[in-house]
Design a protein. Structure first.
Length: 653
């Protein structure tokens, strides 16, 4: 038996009386019903100051007050929990009020915040040993006709405080099943029915992954999404998932008995003069080699197991394998609907205060058929636009959510959090407007989106996650002690997810990058286009393919058909990206020089125009630009923009 929470700090030696009283209370409950060992969730204990007259000489055991915890406000339905009776020895000095607590459905509520009163209803006295029956006692009982006042909180307030607030933790003692990864994919920005878009929108994508779990309010999801993971042949080691600590220990335990037997039988007999060819030496050698193989990498596995998800270690956007760690917590808030209060699901995401460069939004959990509405993570109130900005910029001390687990974790203000509730898009008459807590617990799947990613800056994404159970049962200020905290192994998708973006909507090159039409030379237009397109690339060179056409109208009539002429095609070519366009400063050099590429391209287009002298009627150059991932070998383009339009009238000749 041990204490669940870090505060107050208790020790079986220093606080022997506390532990003895708790053990005795549990023993008494087991004598009533043995299955109470599994159904009791917590033992609640208060230290009491008792002032009482000295018991009579014949009373070897002091009388005891008896009663039950009572909720005077009935704030929680009686069917949700039960509490046992308590007994308080009436001896001068300190005493203990101890009772057991159980929840009817443990996975639906991580703790019970209650306001309770402790009102004695009986007194047990004339307590004596029963001759011939050990550990049993005979006693007399008196029922108070006039009820005694409830036990008051220490402090001497007038009137005395008898209603005592308490938050009782409900730890789940079953090891959680690891989450199951269902799917990962990408969503391309949809600008609606408009025929035009911008270059930024054409490169924008959302990373989405879906996982499922057996949900419990005591569980928290910890996830890390890695971006820009090299997946070519030279980086296979990065994609090899390391062996989990639990797996390694299971392998060792499986054969440890056999190895121990060999050590005791053969290894102890090996001496300096033992021939290396002898069976004894070879048996001992094989056992040692097997043990060395099994334990190889055990230190690294342990480091990974206990390593913190530290927001301060977040990559700043200047190297490959950038990481975005975050946590997902689910609980409920009471929200008024119709004539009653309904328990509504609230999802809170905890994330680093400083997100990786180019990521503007933290991850969000979404549900099909529901619209997320942001609420205050503290009280659940809907946030206005001003409130959203304030909440996003304010640092929150949430060390327990993103730092190393343990009772002595120092404060940390490097994390922020956002919370949402979910409103049904088209609720039927009589249906709940918001997604309820009970409905959410029965929905195994969760969908996580990281939106507004630039496909050139973030060319792939790879998610992993695990479940941590019981860590923050009553909040981050009083975490759960390690014996009750369970962690599943990390699960990860087999491969990173690479988006394949393709858009045919028109993009006016003259509006790149400011959004306003600018008249420039052809070389300046192309330079602005390529700089905006490759801004933030994680490499110094990227494979590009370009097709150029010339379009004009047969006449000035609106119904006149457009004629397109081929101008040139640049086959897949490694394009060198200048340092000030990149997110990296040190990568392998390669590709054609930027200035030479753009100058040559502009020159060839100009030569074609001068040589063919095409009609200038509503004329424009049309570019079909494709960029391939620089982190993997793939024949499909990472981003393809099919309809880049540069009107001739916007080109300075």
């Amino acid at each position: 038996m041990t204490n669940v929470l870090c505060k107050p700090k208790l020790d079986p030696t220093t606080n022997e009386a506390n532990f003895e009283a708790a053990r005795e209370k549990l023993r008494q409950q087991l004598l009533i019903l043995l299955e109470n060992a599994y159904s009791i969730d917590a033992i609640v204990q208060y230290e009491m100051a008792v002032t009482a007259p000295t018991p009579a000489v014949e009373d070897k055991i002091a009388p005891r007050l008896y009663g039950n915890p009572v909720d005077p406000n009935q704030s929680t339905k009686a069917k949700d929990y039960t509490a046992s009776s308590f007994k308080i020895p009436l001896e001068n000095g300190s005493s203990l009020l101890t009772y057991t607590f159980r929840a009817r459905d443990t996975r639906r509520q991580a703790s019970f915040p209650l306001t309770l009163e402790y009102m004695p209803t009986h007194i047990e006295h004339q307590i004596t040993e029963v001759p011939g029956i050990e550990e049993y006692k005979a006693s007399s009982w008196l029922n108070f006709i006039d009820s005694l006042p409830s036990i008051a909180l220490a402090g001497g307030e007038v009137p005395p405080v008898t209603s005592i607030d308490i938050d009782i933790p409900i730890p789940l003692r079953a090891y959680p099943t690891p989450p199951a990864l269902q799917n990962q994919g990408f969503l391309q920005d949809d600008s609606g029915d408009t025929p035009e878009t911008t270059l930024e929108k054409a490169k924008e994508w959302t990373f989405r992954f879906i996982y499922s779990q057996v949900h419990a309010s005591q569980d928290r999801i910890d996830s890390v999404v890695r971006f820009n993971v090299p997946i070519d042949g030279s980086a296979k080691s990065l994609t090899a998932e390391p062996v989990d600590l639990v797996v390694m220990l299971a392998r060792i335990i499986h054969v440890l008995g056999q190895l121990q037997a060999v050590f005791e039988r053969d290894l102890l007999d090996v001496e300096l003069n033992t021939p290396t060819s002898s069976p004894t030496f070879k048996q001992a050698q094989n056992a040692l080699n097997a043990f060395a193989t099994l334990t190889n990498g055990l230190d690294e596995a342990w480091s990974r197991w206990v390593a913190p998800i530290n927001a301060s270690a977040n990559k700043s956007g200047n190297e490959l394998n950038q990481e975005l760690p975050f946590s997902i917590l689910e609980d409920f808030i009471d929200k008024a609907e119709a004539s009653e209060f309904v328990r509504v699901l609230r999802v809170t995401v905890v994330y680093p205060k400083v997100l990786p460069l180019g990521i503007n939004n933290p991850p969000i959990v979404v549900f099909d058929g529901y619209i997320p509405e942001e609420v205050d993570p503290e009280d659940g109130a809907l946030l206005t636009a001003t409130g959203k900005l304030r909440r996003e910029e304010s640092p929150l001390a949430l060390a327990r959510l993103m730092a190393q687990d343990g009772c002595d974790t120092p404060p940390d203000d490097l994390t922020s959090r956002k919370a949402w509730i979910y409103r049904k898009i088209d609720p039927a008459i009589g249906e709940a407007v918001y997604l309820t807590w009970d409905e959410a617990l029965e929905m195994p799947n969760r969908v996580v989106d990281i939106s507004e990613l630039d496909a050139i800056r973030y060319q792939n994404a790879w998610a992993n996650l695990r479940i941590i159970r019981n860590l923050n049962l009553v909040g981050t200020d009083n975490p759960t002690r390690e014996p009750f905290v369970y962690r599943t192994p990390v699960v990860q998708f087999r491969n990173p997810l690479r988006p394949l973006l393709d858009t045919s909507k028109a993009i006016n090159v003259a509006k790149v990058p400011t959004g306003a039409i600018e008249k420039r030379t052809l070389a300046e237009h192309l330079n602005a286009l390529f700089e905006a397109f490759f801004k933030g690339s994680p490499s110094q060179a990227q494979l590009v393919k370009l097709e150029t056409r010339y379009a004009y109208a047969l006449s000035g009539a609106a119904s006149a058909p457009a004629i397109e002429l081929p101008v040139l095609m640049v086959p897949p070519t490694e394009f060198q990206i200048p340092p000030d366009w990149q997110s990296l400063s040190e990568t392998t050099m390669g590709g054609v020089d930027t200035a030479a590429f753009i100058a040559t391209l502009a020159l060839r287009i100009t030569e074609w125009f001068d040589r063919n002298n095409p009609s200038p009627q509503s004329a424009s150059f049309l570019f079909d630009l494709s960029a391939f991932s620089s982190l993997s070998n793939n024949s499909q383009p990472l981003v393809r923009v099919r309809n880049l339009v540069l009107y001739v009238e916007d080109i300075k000749h």
